[in-house]
Write a protein of this length. Structure first.
Length: 97
C-alpha cells in the first residue's frame, strides 16, 4: 500500500473504492481493539487518501480534456501554456503563477 514505486492512476479509482468497501465490511465484523482491526484501519485510511487523490487527478484530467476540446473546436493554436492556463494547472506544471 505504501510502496513509493507503486503507481496509481485514476483508471483504477473504482478498484480502490471496491477495496475500501471490502475493508469497511471486514471492519464491521472484527472485534474492537485487536491488531487485525488496527491493520484494517490503516488500510482504510490509506485507501481514503488514495481515493481523494485519484478524484483530484481525474478532475484535473477532465478539465484538461475539456480545454483541449474547446481550443480545437475554436480552431485556435494549441499550446501547453494555453492548456495549462485555461485548465487552471499553470502553477502546477510551471511551479509558479
Amino acid at each position: 500500500m505504501r510502496c513509493r514505486n507503486f503507481l496509481i492512476t485514476p483508471e483504477f479509482l473504482d478498484v480502490h473504492k471496491g477495496r475500501l468497501e471490502m475493508v469497511r465490511n471486514e471492519l464491521s465484523k472484527v472485534p474492537s481493539e485487536v491488531s487485525y482491526e488496527n491493520k484494517l484501519r490503516r488500510i482504510e485510511s490509506y485507501l481514503v487518501d488514495i481515493i481523494i487523490d485519484l478524484k483530484k487527478q481525474q478532475d484535473t484530467l477532465d478539465r484538461i480534456e475539456q480545454v483541449i476540446s474547446n481550443i480545437i473546436r475554436g480552431k485556435k493554436k494549441l499550446s501547453i501554456s494555453k492548456i495549462a492556463e485555461k485548465s487552471r494547472i499553470r502553477k502546477t506544471i510551471y511551479n509558479h503563477p
